[in-house]
Design a protein around this ligand. Structure first.
Ligand SMILES: C[S@@+](CC[C@H](N)C(=O)[O-])C[C@H]1O[C@@H](n2cnc3c(N)ncnc32)[C@H](O)[C@@H]1O
Length: 258
């Protein structure tokens, strides 16, 4: 029941049940691209430049935290992984289920909060999140949970908005990112946007490193994503000229100690 959820999770559930309609068509396009090289984030940067996936996922137990329409899970299942997707929005999962039927590829989809996942410790080899738990869950809750779910040596890869992008983003969520710092770096954590009920979370670099390491995760890489020239996006706040100069997205790669 939504009353039992933490406040930010209940708010994000209500918000994503509304946003879900806008994600159906992009979700379908991504499912349909199952045979192609995966592309990531708002600029569709190819896997070869980002390395979101381990070299070989066949036979791995994988969980996608905040799977939305579950196209990332579909890409992984199609490549031979045993995948589970969890998402907080029943409406997003309804799209995911209908895409499973449409494309003839099924895997378990759970409705729930990725900060508290109903799987035993050490159930997975790989955990992934592209703008899922990685920005919509409280990192001080979902990182310990993702670590608990991983086997020793297991990997956690996640994609988030770039820290600089968050600092240069105006309060109006749809207004384009600016070329100047608009908010404080210190004490970054929870972002409440005026006029929007959803809540997202972003940390500074030192806080990310300390949080990952405190949970027994070794940071293997931080990829500052740079879109290709001519890249396009459907998000009105993003600017290609900006994103060619500064990282608008970041991929963190961490590994649980053996
Ligand atoms: C942007 S989608 C991510 C899926 C896909 N990679 C994409 O970029 O479209 C964000 C998803 O995170 C989910 N989400 C938000 N809070 C969550 C939580 N506490 N637990 C699990 N999923 C959550 C939302 O319901 C939404 O489906």
């Amino acid at each position: 029941m939504s009353d039992e959820l933490p406040e930010h999770v209940a708010r994000n559930r209500a918000a994503w049940d509304v946003y879900a309609a806008e994600y159906e068509e992009p979700g379908r396009r991504n499912w349909a691209a199952m045979d192609e090289e995966p592309c990531w984030g708002i600029w569709h940067v190819p896997e070869s430049e980002v390395g979101m996936l381990p070299a070989d996922v066949a036979g791995l137990d994988v969980i996608e935290l905040g799977c939305g329409t579950a196209y990332v899970s579909a890409w992984l299942a199609h490549r031979g992984a045993r995948v589970v997707g969890i998402d907080n929005s029943e409406a997003q999962l309804a799209t995911a289920r209908s895409l499973q039927h449409e494309f003839g590829l099924e895997f378990p989809l759970l409705h729930g909060n990725a900060e508290v996942v109903p799987y035993p410790d050490e159930s997975f080899d790989f955990a992934i999140s592209e703008y899922g738990a990685s920005i919509w869950c409280d990192p001080y809750r979902w990182i310990p949970e993702a670590t608990r779910l991983l086997r020793p040596g297991g990997r956690l890869h996640f994609l988030v908005n770039g820290t600089l992008l968050m600092l240069c983003s105006p309060d109006d969520e749809d207004a384009p990112v600016e070329d100047r710092l608009l908010r404080d770096y210190f004490d970054m954590h929870r972002f409440d946007w005026p006029g929007d009920s959803a809540v997202d979370f972003h940390l500074g670099y030192g806080d990310w490193i300390r949080l990952l390491r405190a949970n027994g995760l070794e940071v293997e890489d931080l990829v500052e994503v740079r879109p290709q020239e001519g890249a396009t996006t459907r998000y009105p706040w993003a600017r290609l000229d900006w994103a060619r100069r500064w990282p608008s997205e970041e991929v963190w790669k961490a590994r649980k100690s053996r």
